[in-house]
Design a protein around this ligand. Structure first.
Ligand code: DQA
Length: 148
């Protein structure tokens, strides 16, 4: 199994970005932990980060040709704004899990709406880096269940 882990805008700043909200973990720490957990679940994880909406759209759209079986995505602020990312996820028809470090439901009103959630298999938010690890477990078990 091969999974694509996508992080969107400003997530390259993790470690120093608003530590009261996002903690002190870096993006490299998260990517390494997800990859290590992936190995124990027989799956390889390719991690990418971009601040550009179009680049995220392209990666999602190419995911099938690149032989990915599913996508874990923290689209950052684009979660709340991007019809293009939503259309890419629904267009590629691969299972995707939306992830957030913070509990977006308990933050500002503009973070309560996600354009992506309706086209994702599920959403995990509020558990810091564990959101990603939970998403990985959930996605692997969804993909394995679909294979049976
Ligand atoms: C975030 C939540 C978003 O609202 C915010 O714009 C981010 C990070 C999170 O992981 O908690 O950039 O996706």
């Amino acid at each position: 199994m091969k999974l694509l882990l996508i992080n969107g805008p400003n997530l390259q700043l993790l470690g120093t970005r608003e530590p009261g909200i996002y903690g002190s973990v870096t993006l490299a720490d998260i990517e390494n932990e997800v990859s290590a957990l992936g190995s124990t679940l027989d799956c390889s994880v390719v991690a990418r980060q971009s601040n550009c909406e179009g680049e995220l759209v392209t990666w999602i759209g190419n995911a099938r040709q690149e032989n990915f079986d599913g996508i874990i995505i923290n689209a950052g602020a684009y979660t709340h704004t991007s019809v293009a990312i939503r259309d890419a996820i629904s267009g590629v028809s691969l299972p995707a899990v939306e992830v957030h470090l913070s509990n977006v439901a308990s933050r500002e009103e503009f973070r309560h709406h996600s354009y992506l959630a309706p086209v994702c298999a599920g959403v995990i938010a509020g558990f810091g880096k564990d959101s990603y690890l939970l998403a990985l477990r959930a996605l692997v078990s969804r993909i394995n269940a679909q294979k049976q």
